[in-house]
Design a protein around this ligand. Structure first.
Ligand SMILES: Cc1ncc(COP(=O)(O)O)c(C=O)c1O
Length: 442
């Protein structure tokens, strides 16, 4: 490991790193030691431009002082209080603050600690809701091929990324999947929403024919698929899915863990596409990632059904020790205040055109087979190296890192999602660096 003079290199043996080639990483570590604004500092002292908001989560940029101050104040005042038949004011204030930005009637908030927990929570609320309202045969959950819904057993069951599922047994019973919407032959190099593929929503009809609507509780989709490599929904697709869910009395859950908090240039994907889900799964940008936190925004109709029809004193047998953790609530309120006072969601929207042009300027770059974009999200798909899937993208990742740019790669796709404070010259630098890295990569 190359060190700057102040860096005290840790022993790397004990930590089993998540979603990582531990062997490759430990042979060539990349350690980040500080972060401010658009930049990380690497262990060798270099500045690294953050092209991915950490992991799609630091939407307001790094090291925001108001968030740090709120966390510090709260830690000194009350480190922890739980929310099981007890409460503390900040959890209520945070829920109320969040419900001011959630769209439609999604005004009841269940607090969790991560996106995976938000997904499992939403799936459990869907099942319990059907039962509470006397539709207890509705137990099936419908996900989608290629989907990423975190790593809980619920999330991997409705998820559709093969490697995330195949190692871990059969998953939840009674789960089925819609087809994914990736149609490269029809939609290659689409700018924003692709023209073709709205009819893929009709795949829900196939599952209704197969299972009958009386057995289906909910459909869950990411409005824009992120971790599978940025798949933007075809025009009309989400609207069609909503209409079918209404027709068959099936709940529609949007997993907005990535699309939430301004990523698309509006508060949520539901706002951007003008489609009303019955629940939204949130995390990541909720606290600007300064404290782990998640939430499920639930329609008042669903919440009221529990309050009116539950026959048990506790209406939902579900929750986490850290649901509504005071530090997360403090961070969340400070984060939402920053988004509002700096108009960051609108800022992302106003940069989306520049972002789109910059990304699509890579159309002629070496190895590029497709480019997709929406809001401040981008996906650049590469031709895989024959017989060595993922090798090319992973080398591009290393080259970008060496050149001072953090990108994310998934399979042979580069996924980009800079903080919403990104400047135009930084967008230019992201694109130039990627072009150089592609050129140098065989
Ligand atoms: C759409 C979506 N859902 C759920 C998750 C899981 O979130 P977490 O890693 O916080 O559990 C992610 C993480 O990337 C995500 O993109």
């Amino acid at each position: 490991m190359t060190n700057d003079t102040n860096f005290d290199a840790p022993n790397l043996d004990a930590l089993w790193m998540p979603f990582t080639s531990n062997r490759a990483f430990k042979a060539r570590p990349k350690l980040l030691t500080a972060a401010k604004g658009m930049y990380y500092t690497a262990h060798d002292g270099r500045e690294i431009l953050d092209g991915t908001s950490g992991l799609w989560c630091v939407n307001a940029g790094h090291g925001r002082e108001a968030i740090t101050a709120a966390i510090t104040r709260q830690a000194a005042e009350m480190d922890f209080a739980h929310s099981f038949n007890m409460g503390h004011p900040l959890a209520f204030a945070f829920a109320e603050r969040l419900a001011r930005v959630t769209p439609f009637d999604l005004k009841r908030i269940f607090l969790t600690n991560s996106g995976s927990e938000s997904v499992d929570t939403a799936l459990k609320i869907a099942l319990a809701y059907q039962r509470v309202r006397g539709q207890g045969t509705k137990t099936r959950l419908i996900g989608r091929e290629r989907a990423y819904h975190g790593v809980g057993f619920g999330g991997i069951s409705v998820g559709g990324i093969v490697k995330n599922r195949m190692w871990f047994g059969p998953g939840l019973p009674g789960v089925d999947h819609l087809r994914h919407t990736h149609l490269p032959d029809l939609n290659r190099f689409s700018q924003g929403q692709p023209e073709h593929g709205a009819d893929l929503a009709d795949d829900l009809e196939r599952l209704v024919q197969l299972h009958d609507a009386s057995t289906i509780a909910a459909v869950i989709v990411e409005p824009v698929m992120g971790s599978t490599g940025v798949l933007v929904p075809p025009k009309g697709y989400l609207q069609r899915l909503r209409a079918l869910c209404d027709q068959y009395d099936i709940l529609l859950i949007f997993d907005e863990v990535i699309t939430g908090f301004g990523r698309l240039g509006a508060a949520f994907g539901a706002d951007h596409f003008g489609v009303r889900p019955d629940m939204m799964c949130l995390a990541k940008g909720l606290t600007n990632a300064a404290v782990p936190a998640g939430a499920v925004a639930v329609s008042t109709r669903i919440y009221d059904t529990f309050m009116q029809m539950s026959e048990t004193p506790i209406e939902l047998f579900h929750g986490y020790t850290y649901s509504g953790h005071p530090l997360a609530c403090a961070a969340g309120i400070a984060t939402l205040d920053i988004y509002e006072s700096e108009g960051l969601f609108a800022r992302a929207g106003s940069l989306a055109g520049y972002w789109q042009d910059a990304l699509h300027s890579l159309k002629d770059a070496r190895h590029v087979s497709d480019i997709r974009n929406i809001g401040l999200v981008g996906g650049i798909e590469l031709e895989p190296r024959p017989g060595m899937a993922t090798a090319r993208a992973s080398e591009v990742f290393d080259r970008c890192y060496d050149k001072g740019l953090l990108i994310r790669v998934t399979g042979d796709i580069i996924a980009l999602s800079p903080p919403l404070i990104v400047e135009k010259d930084q967008i230019d630098r992201i694109v130039t660096t990627i072009r150089e890295a592609l050129n140098e990569t065989p």
